[in-house]
Design a protein around this ligand. Structure first.
Ligand SMILES: N[C@@H](CCC(=O)N[C@@H](CS)C(=O)NCC(=O)O)C(=O)O
Length: 216
């Protein structure tokens, strides 16, 4: 019994990596769903947990609230070191963090639900326009990410060597969500290969949107 409570949403591309990290570490948790399309993340009750009104948040057994998915994943990795999500050497850790941040910091904020909603409400974008927007920002980062991964001997079965880590958690979630927006993965064979390697691991597969209790 870990006493952990995870506030999240089945499709959330920042919740998926955290669920997979918890699964990899063998940490169970209580699942609390916030329906983002019904704006439940902005309900008064949840704002007392996370004033940012974003998921995920992780509440520890003593009531401490952790926010920001990458900070939470690193907390989990520090407190439950096996299996490690970051490599031993400082240079290699910087590489893995850079790959993870490319997705979490360069793609996700531009394609977040509130951004797509704002494009529609303030600028008249329709579904097709927002899908084009989504795919554009994925391609902007996936093209160099493919080069970085394909051209580096440290890339193995996963982003860094033969076991999954922080970068793989982010890559997996991004590719899962790309499917809803019709992103063409043909230009990204290395990313697609690593995605499949992740998907073959139960800890990742069990974190997928369709396996969550709030899945629609
Ligand atoms: N940088 C934050 C981003 C969190 C975030 O934006 N989560 C999305 C779901 S993937 C969300 O709650 N969106 C609600 C909204 O856009 O209103 C993290 O990594 O935790």
């Amino acid at each position: 019994m870990t006493g952990l409570t995870l506030h999240n949403y089945f499709r959330s591309s920042t919740s998926i990596p955290l669920r997979a990290a918890l699964n990899l570490k063998g940490l169970g948790y209580t699942y609390v769903a916030h329906h983002l399309r019904k704006s439940e993340q902005r309900a008064a009750g949840y704002l007392t947990v996370n004033p940012q009104g974003l998921v995920p948040s992780l509440v520890l057994a003593d009531g401490t609230v952790l926010t920001q998915s990458l900070a939470i994943i690193e907390y989990i990795d520090e407190t439950h070191p096996e299996p490690p999500l970051l490599p031993a050497g400082a240079v290699d850790r910087a590489r893995v963090r850079a790959l993870a941040y490319a997705i979490a910091c360069e793609i996700h904020p531009l394609n977040n639900l509130r951004v797509l909603a704002r494009l529609k409400s303030a600028f008249g974008a329709d579904e097709e326009a927002t899908s084009l927007w989504f795919r554009h920002w994925v391609d902007e980062t996936f093209a160099p990410l493919e080069t970085l991964l394909a051209g580096d001997p440290r890339t193995g079965r996963f982003c860094h060597g033969g076991s999954p880590g922080l970068a793989d958690l982010c890559l997996y979630a991004q590719v899962v969500n790309n499917r809803r927006f019709g992103v063409d993965m043909d230009p990204y064979p290395t990313i697609a290969r690593i995605f499949q390697a992740c998907a073959d691991i139960p800890a990742f597969a069990d974190a997928a949107p369709e396996r969550q209790p709030d899945a629609e």
